[in-house]
Design a protein around this ligand. Sequence first.
Ligand code: ATP
Ligand SMILES: Cc1cn([C@H]2C[C@H](O)[C@@H](COP(=O)(O)O)O2)c(=O)[nH]c1=O
Length: 219
Amino acid sequence: MVARPNRILPADRTVTGRFITLEGGEGVGKSTQIRALSAALEARDIEAVATREPGGSAGAEAIRTLLMEGSDDRWDSRSEALLFAAARADHVARTIRPALDRGAWVLCDRFVDSSRAYQGGGGGITDADLLTLHGFGSLGLLPDRTFLLTVSADEAARRLTERGGRDRMGNKPADYQARLAARFVEMAMSEPSRWRIVDADAAATDVTAAILAELAEWL
Ligand SMILES: Nc1ncnc2c1ncn2[C@@H]1O[C@H](COP(=O)(O)OP(=O)(O)OP(=O)(O)O)[C@@H](O)[C@H]1O
Ligand SMILES: Cc1cn([C@H]2C[C@H](O)[C@@H](COP(=O)(O)O)O2)c(=O)[nH]c1=O
């Protein structure tokens, strides 16, 4: 197997698992799709680890509470970026890397690209600084494939109402939300080998099928 540059592994190890991330705004259906993809992988006898950020390990879940509760200005941009990076470092070390090392697939609801969109596009931290934090905290681990789920504004609002409201980050002002949405698209366009943009306005089963089609080469 050809070593992939985003994996920092001992020289004698090979990896058969894949690291897949889902990105996008609130309520676009990421967790719904993670559940469906887990089931699809398990049906093929592939171990799937479904996880999320911030969170996914005991330490990261504790940091999640700090990040998700309180007013939208509880943290300034730099403190917030550091907290997300610290949570991610623990998540990668305790959950993601061990799973990949044993050959499992990891399906993660948000990862470093959310920091690049929210703390970067929204909060004004430079991409270089965010990637430096990621390099130190998580040894620069990147997904094999990242799906950007997009929905129309009306459908996103409908789903959020149905689900019951926004979190602390979702309460940031409209210009912040617009910048982060634009940043997601910019990242996806600038790295087409890793990213796929999926129209998530469709029925959940159709979205799952579209994602699986983009994973077929590894299944
Ligand atoms: N394709 C779909 N069509 C219609 N409703 C959907 C679809 N996908 C998800 N939903 C519904 O939209 C709501 C939000 O979905 P979900 O929790 O999966 O989104 P999310 O992207 O994980 O949200 P967040 O980032 O805020 O956690 C839920 O009520 C879910 O049942
Ligand atoms: C990983 C990550 C997340 N965020 C934001 C994005 C969302 O508003 C919340 C997470 O809530 P979810 O319902 O679990 O999707 O946190 C962020 O700003 N930066 C990040 O790195």
